[in-house]
Design a protein around this ligand. Structure first.
Ligand code: ADP
Length: 455
């Protein structure tokens, strides 16, 4: 891709005065970019080797509150530093910011040993487990979001209610409606493409002001990197156009939620699609059937990593919103949690529709790969495809409907404990328990409206 840069190319651009700033960033537990901006001279001289950040960055909540009770870092341990090491393969132009490039980092201790609870490391560990079996995972995130004729400041001033969406009616696949926001959407597509992220298309979605951005599938870590840079970049580009954008799973009770569907397939090192067996039923190989069986069997355990916040579960409450409520698989059926796509061709893949646009892609991909791999290792048999309207079905696997239920299910998961390690799983359970605790003690606008006068 034109946006990807080598270290030598960066040197040349710096010498030519084209680049002066290097964003050096790691990914936090929420899937956000955090780090520092370097002058390019300093980056080329030394910071390309490593820099340091406070180790609380992997123990804070979305509000940057230092959450008590983590083993990895705490006030007791003095919140020291960890090291972040640029992965030069991720160096890329940021065309919407003048003179700027960005590089993603791995989080390590001071001897460059990976921090096991860093999201990028958690995903790499699962990719390594697959590599040991000669398999390479490919993923694609489809990110939905709402765009507003507001800035983040005006939205906050309104208390995030009665916000002006960029379009007043449902604009699913709408060309006229999306033409109205083409200024910002074109800047996003072209900006991301020129940042090394191969954009396929953007399209209107099933909400007023709601759109989706589709990019080309890639190897799992590269796709999680693209997802993260893309989400951050889209917020920046929206801001530069005087708009606000949200990736909340459900920002309004009466409107469709925003999902992050994830397409996934496994390939051999030499590029053979391991999910394809043209002669088998539905063109699915035995390996694919076991992978999907693993996803289904463990779907309730991994929901925490597909829906990490209190708000994430609001997507699963209503039927008939295109957000799934049942963890079943189906042929090209959008009422089910998992959808078989491209069957019988090289593009055969399984789409997980459970995740919200608020998920951390590294953790979500890692959890799904761990579940699929467990299915392969145990040679699980795939249940029959679901047919019909999954919303109305009874007696089938339910997606957890609350964060509390998802935490309890993940906590008891031997599969996750084996795949992530005891300490890493405990770290993320603790983060989720804090999210639940923060919510449980707050008073919401809904309670006030109902109870202030009448209770
Ligand atoms: P749909 O609109 O039916 O969800 P698309 O044809 O738009 O599906 O493709 C969705 C995503 O799937 C795209 O990001 C595409 O790059 C990705 N994709 C295509 N083939 C594969 C594959 N073999 N493995 C993983 N993702 C894939």
């Amino acid at each position: 891709m034109p946006g990807n840069l080598s270290f030598d190319a960066l040197k040349q651009k710096a010498a030519a005065g084209e680049i002066d700033t290097v964003v050096v960033a790691m990914v936090d537990m929420q899937g956000r970019l955090v780090g520092k901006r370097f002058h390019v001279d300093n980056f080329l001289a030394s910071a390309h080797e490593e820099t340091h950040c406070c180790n609380y960055l992997l123990t804070v909540d979305i509000d940057m509150e230092p959450v008590p009770g983590f083993e990895a870092a705490s006030w007791d341990k003095g919140y020291g530093d960890f090291t972040i090491v640029p992965d030069m393969a991720t160096l890329r132009l940021v065309p919407w910011l003048p003179g700027t490039v960005l590089v993603l980092c791995d989080v390590t201790d001071h001897h460059h040993h990976p921090m096991p609870h860093s999201p990028r490391q958690i995903l790499k560990a699962q990719v390594d487990r697959l590599a040991a079996k000669g398999m390479k995972p490919f993923m694609a995130s489809e990110l939905e979001f709402y765009l507003f004729d507001e800035t983040y400041e005006t939205a906050a001033a309104k208390g995030f209610v009665n916000l002006a969406t960029t379009n007043p009616y449902i604009e699913d696949y709408g060309i006229l409606a999306t033409t109205k926001v083409e200024g910002v959407m074109r800047a996003m597509r072209n900006g991301l493409n020129a940042c090394g992220i191969p954009v396929e298309n953007s399209k209107g979605e099933w909400g007023p002001g709601q759109e989706e951005m589709n990019v080309r599938y890639a190897e799992a870590v590269a796709m999680a990197d693209d997802h993260t840079v893309m989400k951050n970049g889209m917020k920046e580009i929206a801001h530069l156009h005087g708009k606000a954008i949200t990736f909340m799973a459900k920002y309004a009770y009466n409107l469709a939620g925003s999902s992050c569907h994830v397409h996934q397939s496994l390939w051999s090192e030499d590029g053979t699609p391991l999910f394809l067996d043209a002669d088998a039923p539905h063109g699915m190989s035995k390996l694919m059937r076991s992978y999907v069986a693993g996803l289904l069997t463990h779907s309730r355990e991994i929901t925490l990593f597909l829906a990490p916040y209190i708000n994430s579960y609001k997507r699963f409450q209503q039927v008939g919103t295109f957000a799934p409520t049942k963890a079943v698989w189906s042929h090209d059926n959008r009422t089910a949690g998992f959808r078989l796509v491209g069957n019988g061709s090289k593009a055969i893949r399984i789409e997980c529709r459970m995740g919200g646009a608020d998920l951390n892609p590294y953790l979500a991909y890692a959890a799904m790969l761990a579940a699929g791999l467990a299915g392969i290792e145990q040679g699980l048999e795939l249940e029959d495809a679901f047919t019909g309207d999954a919303y109305g079905s009874t007696g089938v696997r339910e997606i957890p409907k609350t964060l509390r239920e998802a935490i309890d299910t993940a906590r008891g998961s031997a599969m996750l404990r084996d795949a992530f390690g005891e300490k890493v799983l405990a770290h993320y359970i603790h983060a989720a328990e804090w999210e639940q605790y923060e919510y449980d003690r707050r008073i919401t606008d809904w309670e006030l409206k109902r109870g202030f006068e009448r209770s």
